[in-house]
Write a protein that binds this ligand. Structure first.
Ligand code: ATP
Ligand code: MG
Length: 302
Protein backbone atom coordinates (compact mmCIF):
# COMPACT_ATOMS: atom_id res chain seq x y z
CA UNK A 1 0.00 0.00 0.00
CA UNK A 2 1.35 3.36 -0.97
CA UNK A 3 1.56 6.17 1.55
CA UNK A 4 1.41 8.89 -1.09
CA UNK A 5 -1.03 11.57 -0.06
CA UNK A 6 -1.40 10.41 3.53
CA UNK A 7 0.63 13.20 5.10
CA UNK A 8 -1.03 15.94 3.07
CA UNK A 9 -4.66 14.83 2.90
CA UNK A 10 -5.67 16.35 6.28
CA UNK A 11 -4.71 19.72 4.83
CA UNK A 12 -6.56 19.47 1.53
CA UNK A 13 -9.67 21.59 1.77
CA UNK A 14 -12.38 19.26 0.53
CA UNK A 15 -15.31 21.21 1.92
CA UNK A 16 -14.33 24.75 1.02
CA UNK A 17 -17.73 26.33 1.62
CA UNK A 18 -17.38 25.62 5.33
CA UNK A 19 -13.66 26.29 5.53
CA UNK A 20 -12.37 28.24 8.51
CA UNK A 21 -8.72 29.19 8.69
CA UNK A 22 -8.70 28.86 12.43
CA UNK A 23 -9.41 25.15 12.14
CA UNK A 24 -5.88 24.60 10.87
CA UNK A 25 -3.15 25.09 13.43
CA UNK A 26 0.05 26.57 11.95
CA UNK A 27 2.01 24.69 14.64
CA UNK A 28 0.61 21.27 13.68
CA UNK A 29 3.06 18.47 12.81
CA UNK A 30 0.58 15.54 12.91
CA UNK A 31 2.43 14.00 15.80
CA UNK A 32 5.76 13.97 13.95
CA UNK A 33 8.20 15.21 16.49
CA UNK A 34 11.37 15.89 14.67
CA UNK A 35 12.88 17.09 11.50
CA UNK A 36 14.73 13.83 10.94
CA UNK A 37 11.48 11.94 10.68
CA UNK A 38 10.08 14.32 8.09
CA UNK A 39 13.34 14.46 6.17
CA UNK A 40 12.98 10.81 5.19
CA UNK A 41 9.45 11.50 3.94
CA UNK A 42 10.62 14.58 2.10
CA UNK A 43 13.52 12.75 0.45
CA UNK A 44 11.23 9.97 -0.69
CA UNK A 45 8.68 12.50 -1.93
CA UNK A 46 11.30 14.29 -3.98
CA UNK A 47 12.54 11.01 -5.45
CA UNK A 48 8.96 10.08 -6.45
CA UNK A 49 8.46 13.51 -7.92
CA UNK A 50 11.54 13.09 -10.11
CA UNK A 51 10.19 9.81 -11.48
CA UNK A 52 6.73 11.22 -12.09
CA UNK A 53 8.09 14.32 -13.77
CA UNK A 54 9.86 12.16 -16.33
CA UNK A 55 6.57 10.51 -17.18
CA UNK A 56 4.77 13.87 -17.28
CA UNK A 57 7.38 15.09 -19.75
CA UNK A 58 7.37 11.91 -21.85
CA UNK A 59 3.59 11.74 -22.03
CA UNK A 60 3.47 15.43 -23.00
CA UNK A 61 -0.20 15.72 -22.26
CA UNK A 62 -0.84 17.10 -18.79
CA UNK A 63 0.76 20.26 -17.42
CA UNK A 64 1.07 20.83 -13.67
CA UNK A 65 0.60 24.25 -12.12
CA UNK A 66 1.65 24.78 -8.49
CA UNK A 67 0.47 28.02 -6.92
CA UNK A 68 2.16 29.23 -3.73
CA UNK A 69 0.59 31.91 -1.58
CA UNK A 70 1.62 32.98 1.90
CA UNK A 71 2.20 35.84 4.29
CA UNK A 72 5.76 37.15 4.38
CA UNK A 73 8.38 34.89 5.97
CA UNK A 74 6.17 31.80 5.79
CA UNK A 75 8.89 30.08 3.78
CA UNK A 76 7.51 30.30 0.25
CA UNK A 77 10.88 30.75 -1.43
CA UNK A 78 12.65 27.98 0.46
CA UNK A 79 9.76 25.56 -0.10
CA UNK A 80 9.86 26.26 -3.83
CA UNK A 81 13.62 25.72 -3.76
CA UNK A 82 13.13 22.34 -2.11
CA UNK A 83 10.47 21.26 -4.58
CA UNK A 84 12.69 22.37 -7.45
CA UNK A 85 15.62 20.44 -6.03
CA UNK A 86 13.77 17.27 -6.87
CA UNK A 87 12.90 17.93 -10.46
CA UNK A 88 14.70 18.42 -13.73
CA UNK A 89 14.98 22.21 -14.18
CA UNK A 90 14.45 21.82 -17.93
CA UNK A 91 10.87 20.70 -17.25
CA UNK A 92 10.03 23.22 -14.56
CA UNK A 93 9.65 27.00 -14.51
CA UNK A 94 9.11 29.41 -11.65
CA UNK A 95 7.33 32.74 -12.17
CA UNK A 96 7.27 35.33 -9.35
CA UNK A 97 4.51 37.90 -9.31
CA UNK A 98 5.25 41.23 -7.66
CA UNK A 99 3.41 44.54 -7.82
CA UNK A 100 2.24 44.83 -11.46
CA UNK A 101 4.11 47.00 -13.96
CA UNK A 102 2.35 49.72 -15.95
CA UNK A 103 2.26 47.42 -18.97
CA UNK A 104 0.62 44.71 -16.86
CA UNK A 105 -1.89 47.20 -15.46
CA UNK A 106 -2.96 48.00 -19.01
CA UNK A 107 -4.42 44.49 -19.29
CA UNK A 108 -6.93 42.32 -17.49
CA UNK A 109 -5.53 40.88 -14.26
CA UNK A 110 -4.97 37.35 -15.54
CA UNK A 111 -2.95 38.48 -18.55
CA UNK A 112 0.45 38.43 -16.90
CA UNK A 113 -0.18 34.97 -15.46
CA UNK A 114 -1.43 33.45 -18.70
CA UNK A 115 1.96 34.18 -20.23
CA UNK A 116 3.65 31.99 -17.63
CA UNK A 117 1.37 28.96 -17.74
CA UNK A 118 3.28 25.69 -18.16
CA UNK A 119 3.11 23.94 -21.51
CA UNK A 120 2.10 20.27 -21.71
CA UNK A 121 4.60 17.99 -20.06
CA UNK A 122 5.94 20.77 -17.81
CA UNK A 123 5.60 21.97 -14.25
CA UNK A 124 4.91 25.65 -13.65
CA UNK A 125 5.40 27.17 -10.22
CA UNK A 126 3.76 30.48 -9.34
CA UNK A 127 5.47 32.31 -6.49
CA UNK A 128 2.45 34.49 -5.63
CA UNK A 129 -0.15 34.61 -8.37
CA UNK A 130 -3.44 36.03 -9.63
CA UNK A 131 -4.70 35.43 -6.07
CA UNK A 132 -2.92 38.66 -5.05
CA UNK A 133 -5.80 40.38 -6.83
CA UNK A 134 -8.21 39.21 -4.13
CA UNK A 135 -5.68 39.41 -1.27
CA UNK A 136 -3.33 42.40 -1.23
CA UNK A 137 -5.64 44.38 -3.54
CA UNK A 138 -8.59 43.59 -1.27
CA UNK A 139 -6.68 44.69 1.81
CA UNK A 140 -5.28 47.82 0.10
CA UNK A 141 -8.11 48.94 -2.11
CA UNK A 142 -6.10 51.96 -3.25
CA UNK A 143 -4.32 49.51 -5.58
CA UNK A 144 -7.61 48.98 -7.34
CA UNK A 145 -7.73 52.67 -8.24
CA UNK A 146 -4.44 52.30 -10.09
CA UNK A 147 -5.74 49.49 -12.23
CA UNK A 148 -7.39 51.74 -14.78
CA UNK A 149 -10.69 49.88 -14.67
CA UNK A 150 -13.82 51.60 -15.99
CA UNK A 151 -15.42 53.24 -12.96
CA UNK A 152 -18.76 51.51 -13.26
CA UNK A 153 -17.05 48.12 -12.93
CA UNK A 154 -15.35 49.06 -9.69
CA UNK A 155 -18.22 48.11 -7.45
CA UNK A 156 -18.50 46.55 -4.01
CA UNK A 157 -18.91 43.19 -5.69
CA UNK A 158 -15.62 43.32 -7.52
CA UNK A 159 -13.72 40.89 -5.27
CA UNK A 160 -16.52 38.34 -5.32
CA UNK A 161 -16.62 38.70 -9.08
CA UNK A 162 -12.88 38.18 -9.32
CA UNK A 163 -13.15 35.05 -7.22
CA UNK A 164 -15.83 33.73 -9.55
CA UNK A 165 -13.68 34.56 -12.56
CA UNK A 166 -10.68 32.80 -11.03
CA UNK A 167 -12.74 29.68 -10.31
CA UNK A 168 -14.07 29.67 -13.89
CA UNK A 169 -10.60 30.18 -15.34
CA UNK A 170 -9.15 27.37 -13.26
CA UNK A 171 -11.94 25.09 -14.44
CA UNK A 172 -11.17 26.07 -18.00
CA UNK A 173 -7.49 25.25 -17.46
CA UNK A 174 -8.35 21.94 -15.82
CA UNK A 175 -10.51 21.04 -18.82
CA UNK A 176 -7.51 21.78 -21.01
CA UNK A 177 -5.21 19.43 -19.13
CA UNK A 178 -3.61 21.79 -16.62
CA UNK A 179 -3.66 20.11 -13.22
CA UNK A 180 -3.59 22.78 -10.52
CA UNK A 181 -2.66 22.62 -6.85
CA UNK A 182 -2.81 25.71 -4.69
CA UNK A 183 -0.86 26.00 -1.46
CA UNK A 184 -1.47 28.48 1.30
CA UNK A 185 1.52 28.21 3.63
CA UNK A 186 -0.10 29.03 6.93
CA UNK A 187 2.33 30.68 9.34
CA UNK A 188 1.20 32.14 12.67
CA UNK A 189 1.57 35.82 13.44
CA UNK A 190 3.83 34.97 16.40
CA UNK A 191 6.14 32.81 14.28
CA UNK A 192 6.32 35.51 11.64
CA UNK A 193 7.44 37.94 14.35
CA UNK A 194 10.15 35.51 15.48
CA UNK A 195 11.39 35.13 11.91
CA UNK A 196 11.48 38.89 11.32
CA UNK A 197 13.45 39.30 14.57
CA UNK A 198 15.87 36.59 13.44
CA UNK A 199 16.39 38.52 10.21
CA UNK A 200 17.35 41.53 12.30
CA UNK A 201 19.58 39.54 14.63
CA UNK A 202 21.56 37.65 12.03
CA UNK A 203 23.68 39.65 9.66
CA UNK A 204 23.45 37.18 6.82
CA UNK A 205 19.65 37.48 6.96
CA UNK A 206 19.58 41.29 6.79
CA UNK A 207 19.05 41.20 3.02
CA UNK A 208 15.73 39.48 3.60
CA UNK A 209 14.48 42.15 5.96
CA UNK A 210 11.94 44.63 4.68
CA UNK A 211 10.46 47.27 7.00
CA UNK A 212 7.27 47.35 4.89
CA UNK A 213 6.66 43.69 5.68
CA UNK A 214 6.61 44.60 9.39
CA UNK A 215 4.07 47.37 8.73
CA UNK A 216 1.92 44.92 6.81
CA UNK A 217 1.38 43.02 10.09
CA UNK A 218 -1.14 45.70 11.07
CA UNK A 219 -3.41 44.21 8.41
CA UNK A 220 -2.98 40.60 9.52
CA UNK A 221 -6.65 39.95 10.31
CA UNK A 222 -7.79 41.51 7.04
CA UNK A 223 -5.41 39.22 5.16
CA UNK A 224 -6.73 36.20 7.03
CA UNK A 225 -10.31 37.18 6.09
CA UNK A 226 -9.26 37.64 2.47
CA UNK A 227 -7.53 34.23 2.40
CA UNK A 228 -10.52 32.56 3.95
CA UNK A 229 -12.88 34.12 1.38
CA UNK A 230 -10.54 33.12 -1.47
CA UNK A 231 -10.21 29.53 -0.31
CA UNK A 232 -13.96 29.21 0.20
CA UNK A 233 -14.76 30.53 -3.25
CA UNK A 234 -12.12 28.73 -5.30
CA UNK A 235 -11.55 25.35 -3.67
CA UNK A 236 -12.56 22.72 -6.22
CA UNK A 237 -11.80 19.10 -6.88
CA UNK A 238 -9.82 19.94 -10.01
CA UNK A 239 -7.89 22.80 -8.38
CA UNK A 240 -7.81 22.10 -4.64
CA UNK A 241 -6.32 24.26 -1.92
CA UNK A 242 -3.95 22.85 0.64
CA UNK A 243 -3.64 24.93 3.78
CA UNK A 244 -0.28 23.79 5.09
CA UNK A 245 0.89 24.43 8.68
CA UNK A 246 4.04 26.51 8.21
CA UNK A 247 5.44 27.16 11.69
CA UNK A 248 7.76 24.16 11.23
CA UNK A 249 9.40 24.41 7.84
CA UNK A 250 10.48 20.76 7.75
CA UNK A 251 6.90 19.64 8.21
CA UNK A 252 5.57 22.11 5.67
CA UNK A 253 8.00 20.94 2.97
CA UNK A 254 7.19 17.28 3.54
CA UNK A 255 3.45 18.02 3.25
CA UNK A 256 3.92 20.02 0.05
CA UNK A 257 6.04 17.29 -1.58
CA UNK A 258 3.50 14.66 -0.57
CA UNK A 259 0.59 16.64 -2.02
CA UNK A 260 2.41 17.07 -5.34
CA UNK A 261 3.28 13.38 -5.56
CA UNK A 262 -0.31 12.39 -4.77
CA UNK A 263 -1.69 14.70 -7.48
CA UNK A 264 0.82 13.54 -10.08
CA UNK A 265 0.12 9.92 -9.27
CA UNK A 266 -3.54 10.57 -9.71
CA UNK A 267 -2.88 11.72 -13.28
CA UNK A 268 -1.90 8.15 -14.15
CA UNK A 269 1.04 9.33 -16.24
CA UNK A 270 2.38 6.84 -18.75
CA UNK A 271 5.33 6.63 -21.07
CA UNK A 272 4.02 6.73 -24.63
CA UNK A 273 3.23 3.22 -25.86
CA UNK A 274 5.51 1.76 -28.51
CA UNK A 275 3.53 0.43 -31.45
CA UNK A 276 4.83 -2.25 -33.82
CA UNK A 277 6.26 0.29 -36.28
CA UNK A 278 8.09 2.20 -33.56
CA UNK A 279 9.56 -1.03 -32.19
CA UNK A 280 10.72 -2.01 -35.67
CA UNK A 281 12.32 1.45 -36.07
CA UNK A 282 14.18 1.01 -32.78
CA UNK A 283 15.46 -2.40 -33.84
CA UNK A 284 16.56 -0.96 -37.20
CA UNK A 285 18.39 1.92 -35.49
CA UNK A 286 20.18 -0.55 -33.24
CA UNK A 287 21.31 -2.52 -36.27
CA UNK A 288 22.66 0.61 -37.97
CA UNK A 289 24.51 1.70 -34.84
CA UNK A 290 26.01 -1.74 -34.23
CA UNK A 291 27.22 -2.08 -37.81
CA UNK A 292 28.37 1.49 -38.21
CA UNK A 293 31.81 3.05 -37.92
CA UNK A 294 32.83 5.78 -35.50
CA UNK A 295 32.38 3.64 -32.41
CA UNK A 296 35.81 4.70 -31.27
CA UNK A 297 36.66 8.32 -30.65
CA UNK A 298 39.16 9.86 -33.00
CA UNK A 299 42.51 10.53 -31.38
CA UNK A 300 42.14 14.32 -31.61
CA UNK A 301 38.73 14.24 -29.90
CA UNK A 302 39.84 12.07 -27.03
P1 ATP B 1 8.07 38.01 -1.59
O1 ATP B 1 7.48 39.15 -0.84
O2 ATP B 1 7.08 37.25 -2.42
O3 ATP B 1 8.91 37.12 -0.76
P2 ATP B 1 9.95 39.87 -2.67
O4 ATP B 1 10.05 40.43 -1.30
O5 ATP B 1 11.17 39.54 -3.46
O6 ATP B 1 9.06 38.57 -2.69
P3 ATP B 1 8.30 42.09 -3.30
O7 ATP B 1 8.96 43.22 -4.00
O8 ATP B 1 7.94 42.20 -1.86
O9 ATP B 1 9.08 40.79 -3.60
O10 ATP B 1 7.01 41.76 -4.19
C1 ATP B 1 5.97 41.09 -3.67
C2 ATP B 1 4.89 42.10 -3.32
O11 ATP B 1 4.14 42.35 -4.49
C3 ATP B 1 3.97 41.56 -2.27
O12 ATP B 1 3.82 42.44 -1.21
C4 ATP B 1 2.67 41.41 -3.03
O13 ATP B 1 1.56 41.62 -2.21
C5 ATP B 1 2.81 42.44 -4.13
N1 ATP B 1 1.93 42.11 -5.25
C6 ATP B 1 1.90 40.97 -5.96
N2 ATP B 1 0.90 40.99 -6.87
C7 ATP B 1 0.28 42.18 -6.72
C8 ATP B 1 -0.83 42.80 -7.36
N3 ATP B 1 -1.49 42.18 -8.32
N4 ATP B 1 -1.16 44.04 -6.97
C9 ATP B 1 -0.49 44.66 -5.98
N5 ATP B 1 0.57 44.13 -5.34
C10 ATP B 1 0.95 42.90 -5.70
MG1 MG C 1 8.31 40.94 -0.14
Amino acid sequence: MSNDGRLSSPFRIDKPAKFRLRDIDPDDTQGLRDEEHALGTLRKGIERMRELQERLYAENSWALLLVFQAMDAAGKDSTIKHVMSGVNPAGCQVASFKAPSSEELDHDFLWRCVKHLPERGRIGIFNRSYYEEVLVVRVHQEFLLRQGLPERLRTKRIFDERLQDIACWERYLARNGVAIIKFYLHVSKAEQRRRFLARLDEEDKHWKFNADDVKEREHWDEYMDAYEAAIRATGTEEAPWYVVPADHKWFMRAVVADAIVARMKDLDLKYPAMDGQKKADLAESRKVLMAGKGGKKKAEEA
